[in-house]
Ligand binder design. Structure first.
Ligand code: WTA
Length: 567
């Protein structure tokens, strides 16, 4: 804990150059995250240290030292270079949480290309939208997921290469496919990193917007500065830690704090490439002596459901520090974790756009269960009065969470959508899209989102994207997608649907439409409930009033609809 410092002291003396000094970076010099995540750790004597311990559902295990990460990421970089991938080209990673994903990101960054991680659970439609928007030139994927890429290949003229990362050397290859295997590839001792600089693009993460299709959040190599320091101070990552970030790198948490932060800090991290199971999770912590655990409220609520008794069956005494992100962390979960693990999950708040933790419970600071904590030192936050777009003169009122947009890992723009990026600002404040209040002591209390985006189990789903998919079903005339409260996942997707003439509502049709969206989008974006209705509430100009349906689901006052009618 010694290297963290007290929150108040850190706020008083803060400067991002603290991280620059630790990383021995000077303004204007080269900065390549891939190099920082592997070569630098080896140069500093960490070559033999375990970087990644991976386990799958079958209990199969693989281990990689920092030197392995270095040479294997070199191999990934080399194969992409050989294929002609250049600086700034988008390279998608479409795979499970396999070692190739973690090492692949490092390799892509080393050659100056842009890493675009996408969930392997995505269906062809979700994939198509993101690959065509980014004009992605290569995809790294596993044999088992390649079929989804093949299905949409005709619509992706920019996609030149599909690198099958677990190719056995025998299976016949299809159009544009390239075989690769980490273990089977020749060791690449030296790879010249592309001399990226602070502002060179690094990672492109797609996130859901309220209107329109998902937007690509454009990050740069300089993001390392804040990812490194927030991991060190908020996650309290120390050299001796065994770290477990449960997030998938398809989600920004799994990239910022599942790849970049732990590797650049040279800690040992564990990855469990398997679905959720209470027993399996506790066993994983016990077996690997996990000391720092970064997870999310839905998982914590699931563990709570498992009860206290099961916790006692395992030796979890290695746990030293716990943190959570992605959704409001209810106070019960904080209190429960303190009781059963001997320490509370500390809430952290941030977004794909912020690139790093921006508000959090700083270690050592008093925990107020239910509060997200305070802005990270060096980050200026406020609550804006939505009617004036000015900070409230006094604390206590719920308003818009806004940030001064000036820290290293902030997004630089939305991919080829500067207009949407500019819309995120009011009065020079970056508007997060969330609502909260601040108490007298500066603690932030989350109140809800300020838009229609659905947060299901920590994953943001755009109603627009689900509605677009629904419209492709032959029976669907119109649809409106809203969130519905859910005890475990916070919210789930609910769709109101009107049918085309000749179609009648039935259980079979309901299931068919659900399956249709699951396959096209993803299991999370699939509506958990479909309600067939005769008509949808609309504004005079014909726009569907999602907010009315939302209010109905949440038992809220509908309020003044005259304003909505003019939306
Ligand atoms: C929500 C995730 C309450 C919020 C890293 C935010 C939270 C969105 C918290 C970003 C939290 C994240 N308490 N809500 N601690 N953390 N959120 O872009 O609505 O996938 O704007 O990034 O998740 O989700 P994203």
């Amino acid at each position: 804990m010694s290297n963290i410092g007290s929150y108040d002291e850190r706020v008083r003396t803060f400067d991002w150059s603290l991280a620059e000094q630790e990383l021995e970076y000077t303004a204007g010099a080269g900065l390549n995250i891939g190099w920082y995540c592997s070569d630098r750790i080896c140069d500093k004597g960490g070559a033999d240290k375990l970087a990644l311990l991976w386990e799958n559902a079958q209990g199969e295990e693989k281990r990689y030292t920092y030197d392995d990460v270095r040479v294997y990421s070199n191999a990934v970089g080399a194969v992409l270079r050989r294929l002609g991938v250049e600086r700034g080209d988008r390279v998608c990673l479409f795979m499970d949480k396999v070692p190739e994903l973690y090492i692949g990101v490092v390799g892509i960054l080393k050659i100056g290309a842009i890493a675009q991680p996408l969930f392997s659970a995505f269906g062809d439609e979700s994939l198509l939208v993101r690959l065509s928007n980014a004009e992605t030139s290569a995809v790294l994927t596993q044999k088992k997921h390649a079929f989804k890429v093949r299905k949409i290949l005709d619509k992706l003229p920019h996609l030149k290469h599909i690198v099958i990362v677990d190719h056995d050397g025998k299976t016949p290859l299809k159009d544009r496919e390239v075989p690769f295997s980490l273990e089977g590839s020749k060791a690449v001792e030296n790879l010249e990193c592309f001399p990226t600089k602070a502002e060179s693009p690094s990672v492109l993460h797609y996130t859901s917007g309220t209107t329109g299709m998902p937007k690509g959040v454009q990050h740069v190599h300089y993001s390392l500065i804040s990812q490194f320091l927030t991991a060190k101070w908020v996650l309290d990552l120390q050299e001796s830690d065994i770290y477990w970030c449960t997030a998938d790198p398809g989600w920004v948490t799994g990239t910022s704090y599942g790849i970049i932060a732990p590797f650049s800090l040279g800690v040992t991290q564990c990855v469990l490439d398997a679905g959720f199971s209470t027993e399996a999770w506790y066993r994983f912590i016990e077996k690997n002596r996990i000391s720092m655990w970064y997870s999310a409220p839905t998982a914590i609520r699931s563990l709570m459901k498992g009860g206290d008794e099961i916790v006692k069956k395992f030796d979890l005494s290695s746990l030293r520090h716990l943190a959570s992100v992605g959704e409001p962390l209810n106070s019960e979960a904080v209190v429960w974790s303190e009781r059963v693990f001997g320490r509370p999950f500390l809430d952290t708040y941030w977004q794909t756009e912020t690139g790093c933790i921006v508000i959090s419970n700083y270690p050592g600071m008093e925990v107020r269960p239910g509060s997200m904590g305070k802005p990270f030192p060096g980050i200026t936050g406020t609550i804006l009065d939505p009617s004036r777009n000015e900070p409230y003169p006094a604390p206590g009122k719920i308003g818009l969470v806004a940030l001064k947009f000036d820290w290293p890992s902030r997004m630089r723009t939305y991919w080829r959508n500067e207009e949407a990026f500019q819309k995120k600002f009011r009065n020079n404040w970056y508007i997060t899209g969330d609502r909260a209040r601040v108490d007298q002591d500066g603690y932030y209390w989350f109140a809800g989102r300020d838009d229609d985006i659905i947060n299901t189990a920590g994953h943001l789903v755009s109603p627009f994207e689900v509605e677009s998919a629904l419209l492709e079903h032959p029976a669907v005339a119109e649809s409106a997608v809203v969130s519905k409260p859910d005890p475990l996942n916070l919210e789930v997707v609910k769709a109101y649907v009107t049918l085309k003439p000749g179609f009648a509502a039935s259980k079979d049709l309901d299931l068919e439409i659900m399956n249709f969206t699951r396959k096209r989008l993803s299991p999370l974006a699939m509506p958990q409930e479909i309600e067939f209705v005769d008509s949808l509430p609309k504004t005079r100009s014909g726009k569907i009033m999602r907010r009315l349906l939302h209010a109905k689901e949440w038992g809220e006052e509908i309020g003044d609809t005259s304003t909505l009618e003019n939306d």
